[in-house]
Design a protein around this ligand. Structure first.
Ligand code: FAD
Ligand code: NAD
Length: 470
């Protein structure tokens, strides 16, 4: 049977489902194909959402154990019910994936479960084969958006076994607290999931190839975060090039061996490989359809997300750039608007990135290193949370706000925050950069007292050498 749509979206992740909803709002007859029954893609199923649920639960446990007494709370020993924590995480995921399914239904979008592959086109119609449980079905559409996302990358010498040597997907669902977990990569996933298992009682060794954590983040902020994470118990080993990892089997708690260049091999119970993610552009019939990909497999698109094949567009992780859910969403919305003939613009300088550790690491715009390298004249304003009244009241004193503004125009070029709730505080900085605000605009804006956002105002004042509370 052949069905015909104005738009078919392949992949129901944050890029794909948002594109589909926007297209439906614009009056397109729209369908989404995803190989999984649950909508929401990696982000909802095995990414952003379950990781944040575990970060929240594990941090509450830490707070109850180490902070409650100072607040006057008296509790008997606080233990860990890991199955209950995992059940809560699964409930959060199910609620949200069902929510996305119901949004698709509400917008009249057909949700097909199956694996999609481009099979050809006649004139201005694209044909897509969808392999479902019941066999193969063909769908026709005037436009196709490929939003197939990404999968975990691995390294030569590492045998992923879907269990003891695994990726974030396994680390979101360990059935027991590993006695010793080795994490390969001190990026987003390594630090977030390393923090979760460290809080739950694992000894966590983080092996990072580079001489710093969080490549791409402002170096001063990353160094500050590293110091705190070490104090929290992460054994971070920089300059560690992993040569291989194997599961020997046998005794559970020493079942894996990780080989590191120039250092002793490490025995551990589990290994989490977190060295980046690669695009899912294979098995989609892209080459036959005339869709160009680069040498790393990312689909190449123009500024309207059009690929080299007419009527085929691509968005999200599969086209490269920051592999973030909100970036995929922005692209989904813009791509659908563009197909309808509308204006397409995304300000990639104003896409925030947040690491949801405690404290959080949040940033938007240029880092100090980037400005230095580009020869851009800049001034810096910094302000520590320990001088903020609200931070004293909550007890979250670690970290600081750093604002980089153009030395001549005062335009805000970059904002980097290490601190509790940094991920929420960065929203103001994103708006400031989007609207071309100056550091002066930031400090002339009223910031409620007592809030953590006062640190942003003070850092903006500090750009002009006039912080009040320091
Ligand atoms: P995806 O979400 O990957 O969705 C693509 C969908 O397409 C998938 O469901 C896939 O199964 C399906 N698909 C692929 N091929 C086919 C095919 N041939 N036919 C049918 N369906 C197909 N980002 C953030 O912004 N914040 C976070 O806190 C965050 N945390 C993360 C934590 C973890 C552990 C991980 C792994 C990622 C995290 N990310 C986070 C990144 C975020 O998940 C991705 O950037 C985002 O999901 C990308 O969205 P997407 O729509 O491009 O693709
Ligand atoms: P990442 O790119 O953030 O970090 C990978 C790290 O592995 C880097 O520090 C890199 O230097 C290191 N590395 C690479 N090869 C190595 C080797 N041989 N030995 C040791 N270290 C090595 O990738 P990730 O943590 O796997 O996450 C993938 C993507 O998912 C991220 O880039 C991010 O876009 C997204 N994500 C986002 C969030 C969030 O927004 N909070 C959370 C998780 C994941």
């Amino acid at each position: 049977m052949t069905d015909s749509f104005d738009l078919l979206v392949i992949g129901a992740g944050p890029g794909g489902y948002v594109a589909a909803i926007r297209a439906a709002q614009l009056g397109f007859r729209t369908a989404v194909v995803d190989e999984h029954a649950a909508a929401g893609g990696v982000c909802l199923r095995v990414g952003c959402i379950p990781s944040k649920a575990l970060l929240e639960s594990s941090q509450r446990l830490v707070a109850a154990r180490s902070e409650l007494a100072a607040h006057g709370g008296v509790a008997a020993e606080i233990g860990l019910d890991l199955p209950a924590m995992m059940k809560r995480k699964d409930r959060v995921v199910t609620t949200l994936t069902r929510g996305v399914s119901s949004l698709l239904r509400k917008n009249g979008i057909e949700h097909i479960q199956g694996r999609a592959r481009l099979v050809g086109g006649d004139g201005d119609v694209r044909r897509v084969a969808v392999t479902t449980e019941g066999g193969e079905q063909e769908v026709e559409a005037r436009n196709v958006i490929v939003a197939t996302g990404s999968r975990p990358a691995t390294l030569p010498g590492i045998e992923l076994d879907g269990d003891r040597i695994g990726t974030s997907t396994e680390a979101l669902a360990y059935g027991e607290v590993p006695e010793h977990l080795v994490v390969i990569g001190a990026g987003y996933i390594g630090l977030e999931l390393g923090a979760v298992w460290n809080r739950l009682g694992s000894r966590v060794t983080v092996l990072e190839f580079l001489d710093r954590i969080l490549p791409g983040a402002d170096a001063e902020i990353a160094a500050g975060a590293e110091k705190i994470f070490r104090r929290q118990g992460l054994d971070i080993r920089l300059g560690s090039r992993v040569l291989g990892a194997t599961a020997k089997g046998g005794k559970k708690e020493a079942g894996c061996v990780v080989e590191v260049d120039g250092a002793d091999a490490i025995e551990c119970g589990r290994v989490l490989v977190a060295v980046g993610r690669t695009p899912i552009s294979d098995g989609l019939g892209l080459k036959e359809a005339g869709v160009a990909v680069d040498d790393r497999g990312f689909i190449q698109v123009d500024e309207r997300f059009a690929t080299s094949a007419s009527g085929v567009f691509a968005i999200g992780d599969v086209i490269g750039g920051p592999q973030l859910a909100h970036k995929a969403e922005e692209e989904g919305m813009a791509c659908a608007d563009g197909i309808a003939g509308g204006h397409v613009h995304i300000d990639y300088d104003a896409i925030p990135g947040i690491v949801y550790t405690e404290p959080e690491v949040a940033s938007v715009g240029r880092t100090e290193e980037e400005l230095r390298e580009a020869g851009t004249p800049y001034r810096t304003g910094k302000f520590p949370f320990r001088a903020i009244g609200r931070a004293r009241a909550t007890g979250s004193l670690e970290g600081f706000v750093k604002i980089l503004a153009h030395a001549e125009t005062d335009a805000v070029l970059g904002v980097h925050i290490l601190g509790s709730h940094a991920g929420d505080l960065i929203a103001e900085a994103v708006a400031a950069i989007s609207f071309g605000a100056s550091a002066e605009d930031l400090f002339l804006t009223s910031h409620a007292h007592p809030t953590l956002s006062e640190a942003v105002k003070e850092a903006a004042l500090a750009v002009h050498g006039r912080a009040i509370h320091m």
